[in-house]
Write a new protein. Structure first.
Length: 317
């Protein structure tokens, strides 16, 4: 632990910025239990790991004000049905509606700050304790917190990609184009509060004339532009599939944070890790598909627990 402290002293400490005040209904209710023993066990699990991989899901970002999917107040629980890859690529009206919703939610989405959970993971990575983070999230909050070894399993809303020539460009630039083309569609921040969803879009009146919303094709080849993330029904890029599998197969421990692992692309990674005899711990409010594999499970707010683990490993003598 003396070595650990010296590593942390040498590393530039990231300031844990205050993040957007959030309504309590975004973060799911944690069971009212004494978690001190659970946190102690989880801290030991982390400390004893030689090659720790962390898999994160939407639950780590609820404390930054971004809704999750499957908790009682999550997007899916409220009836949201995500656009599928096939719908987006084959139906023009679906693309018009998608971009109209997305242009209104994007600025709100990218203004989110990383919370203490993201920062704790970044500091643990800086200390050499966390080797890799594989995230299902598309919010880039791990990067904002300072994490470097992050694999975005499902892509990121920060980029758009041409489905014709595969050119990747900044979503900020495309957002500016969309706003200039559609000034009458830009809602005030007050009007979208409570209507934003996990994917960074907004629930708009279904009777609006979405076909009047304008969006540009690729400037290079004229192809269809889509956000650079994996839609439902779309295959993960082969390089992502292979690299994520390689990472977990080399792990001796896997910590799942804020994910029910209902999405197969994430669940299979835990399965690969278990096949390689890795230990598994879960930090998630509610059941997960990997409960049967876990040596430890803690049901509490991710930020609360991860910041405690960070403090214990840094300050313990």
């Amino acid at each position: 632990s003396m070595l650990l402290r010296s590593i942390f002293k040498k590393r530039k400490v990231l300031q844990w910025k205050s993040y957007r005040s959030i309504s309590s209904d975004i973060v799911p209710e944690a069971p009212m239990v004494d978690i001190d023993m659970d946190v102690e066990l989880l801290t030991r699990f982390v400390a004893e790991s030689k090659n720790l991989v962390v898999i994160t899901g939407a639950g780590i970002s609820t404390e930054s004000g971004l809704p999750d999917y499957r908790s009682p107040n999550g997007s899916y629980s409220k009836g949201h049905k995500p656009v599928t890859y096939r719908q987006f690529m084959t139906q023009s009206h679906v693309r018009h509606r998608y971009w109209a919703r997305s242009v209104n939610g994007f600025n709100w989405f990218v203004d989110a700050f990383p919370n203490q959970g993201h920062h704790a993971l970044a500091q643990l990575e800086g200390a050499g304790i966390v080797k890799h983070i594989i995230t299902q999230n598309v919010d880039r909050l791990h990067h904002k917190a300072g994490s470097e070894h992050v694999l975005e399993l499902h892509g990121s809303l920060a980029e758009v990609i041409c489905t014709g020539c595969n050119k990747v460009t900044s979503r900020l630039d495309y957002q500016k184009e969309l706003e200039e083309l559609n000034p009458e569609w830009i809602s005030s921040a007050a009007s979208i509060t409570g209507k934003t969803r996990s994917d960074g879009d907004v629930d708009l009146d279904p009777h609006l004339d979405f076909l009047s919303f304008k969006y540009n094709p690729c400037g290079a080849c004229g192809g269809i532009i889509k956000p650079n993330l994996v839609f439902f029904g779309e295959n993960l890029p082969k390089i992502t599939t292979e690299y994520s599998k390689e990472i977990v197969q080399q792990a001796d421990s896997v910590l799942v944070v804020g994910s029910s692992l209902m999405v197969f692309s994430a669940y299979r990674l835990v399965h690969f890790a278990v096949e390689g005899s890795a230990r598994v711990a879960l930090l998630n409010i509610g059941s997960t598909r990997a409960d049967k594999f876990a040596q430890i499970k803690v049901e509490a707010r991710c930020g609360q627990v991860l910041s405690q683990i960070y403090s214990k490993l840094v300050h313990s003598g």
